[in-house]
Design a protein around this ligand. Structure first.
Ligand code: TPP
Ligand code: MG
Length: 412
């Protein structure tokens, strides 16, 4: 019998445009997984938590299970408010992009919970190494919204003077490190900072995130290896939102698992429902406690769904069913926390509408103030000199030459 030639494995997405999307493989319930002691448990002890899913908010909108962080109502409302803030802010920024007031934008739609819950679970001295999908961490750390919009426009009040793409924020006071355009670099850099904190004996933990797509890059594996070898106090989150622009998450694993990839590196590994505020808060606090106690890093798969387009330049109807996000079993993170607060008698539809109206006014007023410093369509723009300044301590000769050429050209 002729032997069949082995064929190259080319992964595909489970659903393409025209297919009926379904996520039947969602077997996890909140009470499924035991609590683990963050200081005493070994990496191997987390194997079931890497294969399962840590969830606190159930279909009945109640909190249950061993991982319930039992937060105060005030903290829940603060989390809800920040998530609503991100969503309304994103919508306003998209309108600005569509009307030519800024060049490019990326929303956190469907993933608002990730940065908000996880940053709220940290201490203020902890370092944040985000991707473009975690701008919400800045709201938790108190960044002024006007300054964020000025950055997105790249106007004269942009704190990084137009040297970055929109949404690639830098926020020094909040220990929020500049977002990097080449995806993945922040993951290994975060481990380096965590190593430095440990070396200096400081009570600081570093948190970082990487996307499912970017986890196919070397940076991800270097980070896991260094975090493990040096026992670095770092929280390594892999946000599996199913998509990397038009490329499905299957391309990063060949259809395999994400969370358990931390185990062979000797890292505690957990998978968490990324649309569940309480579960996300809980695992992050757990990982912080473990890191701060010197036990080491935690690798967390944050399971969620990118409900919106990748960016303002993307049209997802070209590569996935347009209603796929409505089928996601994790639902919408804002609705889930809102419904939980209503369920426990601490919130109402009226209060929610009031909150949305108040945030809408806050965003509108910040927007008006930001555009008074210039927008992309009308200017004024930062001086072109800023292309060359504040990057190199000693400006290399070829940049000096280009700077002079620019000046001469402008003088003509
Ligand atoms: C090194 C590198 N390769 C490619 C790109 C172009 N790019 C920007 S975002 C992106 C997809 C990333 O997907 P994922 O890591 O899943 O993150 P998500 O956008 O889903 O949050 C790609 C390919 C880039 N910016 N940097
Ligand atoms: Mg992704």
């Amino acid at each position: 019998m002729a032997k069949k030639k082995p064929s190259l494995n080319i992964p595909d997405a489970p659903h393409r445009p025209g297919d009926e999307a379904s996520f039947d493989s969602w077997p996890w319930k909140p009470e499924d997984l035991d609590w683990l002691d963050p200081v005493k448990c070994s990496a191997e002890d987390t194997a079931a938590h890497a294969a399962g899913l840590i969830r606190v908010l159930g279909e009945d909108n109640k909190a249950s299970g061993a991982w319930d962080p039992k937060l105060d109502t005030d903290e829940l409302i603060e989390g809800l408010e920040h998530m609503v803030r991100v969503r309304i802010f994103d919508d306003r920024m998209m309108k600005m992009q569509r009307t030519g007031k800024l060049s490019f934008y990326m929303r956190s739609f469907g993933e608002e919970c990730v940065a908000i819950a996880q940053t709220m679970a940290l201490e203020n001295q902890d370092w944040i190494f985000p991707t473009y999908r975690q701008p919400g961490a800045q709201f938790v750390r108190g960044r002024d919204m006007v300054s964020m919009i000025c950055h997105c426009i790249g106007n004269v009040e942009d704190n990084i003077k137009g040297r970055q793409m929109p949404v690639h924020y830098s926020y020094r006071d909040g220990r929020f490190i500049s977002v990097s355009s080449p995806v993945g670099t922040q993951f290994s850099q975060a481990v380096g900072v965590a190593m430095a904190s440990q070396y200096r004996g400081l009570d600081e933990v570093t948190i970082t995130w990487i996307g499912d797509g970017a986890s196919a890059e070397g940076d991800y594996h270097y980070a896991l290896n260094f975090a493990s070898v040096y026992n670095a106090p770092v929280i390594l989150n892999l946000v599996n939102n199913q998509w990397a622009i038009s490329t499905h998450a299957n391309f990063a694993t060949g259809g395999g698992e994400f969370a358990s990839r931390g185990l062979p590196y000797g890292l505690a590994s957990l998978r968490v429902d990324g649309n569940d505020f309480l579960a996300l808060y809980s695992v992050t606090k757990w990982a912080r406690d473990r890191a701060a106690a010197g036990i080491g890093a935690t690798h967390i798969e944050v399971l969620t769904y990118r409900s919106g387009a990748h960016s303002s330049s993307d049209d997802p109807s070209r590569y996935r069913p347009s209603d796929e996000h409505t089928k996601w079993p994790g639902g919408d993170p804002i609705e889930r926390l809102r419904d939980h607060l209503i369920e426990i008698g601490e919130w109402s539809e009226e209060k929610h509408t009031e909150l949305e109206e108040r945030i809408d006014e806050e965003v509108m007023s910040a927007y008006k103030e930001a555009v008074s410093h210039g927008d992309l369509a009308t200017g004024p723009y930062p001086s072109s000199d800023t292309i060359f300044t504040e990057v190199y301590k000693e400006v290399p000769w070829h940049l000096e030459e280009q700077f002079n050429e620019m000046k001469e050209g402008f003088d003509d």
